[in-house]
Design a protein around this ligand. Structure first.
Ligand SMILES: [Fe+2]
Length: 218
């Protein structure tokens, strides 16, 4: 048997183009601009020198088509890919980010719930990149210094160039951060968290209880 490589642990990230972007861009922009106008302070979490709104964007009906798409298309695909039990996703929180200076960044952080994601609403050229960290990366590993070609096995980060209309989804535990813009225009994105709930709670009750003391992981 020839030697094969097993993909032992893989970090999936889902990407899609929001299909009705041209149709909805103006309406979405007008909604988030008015949110910022009404709440100039916003909140501070990972954002430094940028604006972040409260996380209640699901309360704005103008944005419902976006969140419906997230749940019914993107999360559905992720749930299928990960072979989850029959479950449904709910957007638990969503907020808008304005990074509108060369000093605006988002520091390293991760989220709660099941999935997290971002939708790019306005991204002038040279907008700050989103970097998702490879949790398997270990700078102390000798192998890091033995490759000239960074690939999915040796990369420290997934480097995402924000493009208007694109939407990314990942498992919420993955640490990430945002680099500064190379301009002073507004890079506008909507971030969100999704929690998945098992459709039939009886499935949980039927789950076999572990009774062994043997080691679970090898
Ligand atoms: Fe984030």
């Amino acid at each position: 048997m020839p030697t094969e490589m097993l993909q032992a642990f893989v970090t999936p990230v889902w990407v899609t183009q929001y299909p009705d972007f041209a149709k909805h861009k103006k309406k979405f922009l007008s909604c988030v601009n008015s949110i910022r106008k009404k709440d100039k302070e916003g909140v501070t979490f990972s954002n430094v020198n940028g604006y972040q709104s409260k996380d209640n964007l699901i309360d704005y009906p103008q944005l419902t088509p976006l969140f419906d798409y997230v749940i019914h298309e993107v999360v559905r695909r992720a749930v299928d890919d990960l072979k989850f039990k029959a479950c449904s996703g709910v957007v638990t929180s969503a907020w808008v980010n304005f990074n509108d200076s060369r000093n605006a960044v988002n520091t390293l952080h991760s989220h709660s719930d099941t999935f997290s994601g971002v939708f790019y609403l306005q991204t002038p050229e040279d907008s700050g990149r989103l970097l998702l960290q490879n949790e398997s990366y270990n700078p102390l590993w000798d192998g890091i210094h033995l490759t000239e070609q960074i690939n999915q096995y040796t990369a420290k980060v997934l480097n995402i160039n924000p493009v208007e209309g694109e939407l990314f989804l990942w498992s919420s535990h993955i640490p990430h951060f945002v680099l500064p813009n190379n301009h002073d225009k507004a890079r506008i994105s909507i971030s969100f968290n999704v929690k998945c709930f098992i459709d039939d709670q009886r499935q949980q009750q039927e789950e076999p209880v572990a009774t062994t003391n043997e080691s679970e992981a090898e």
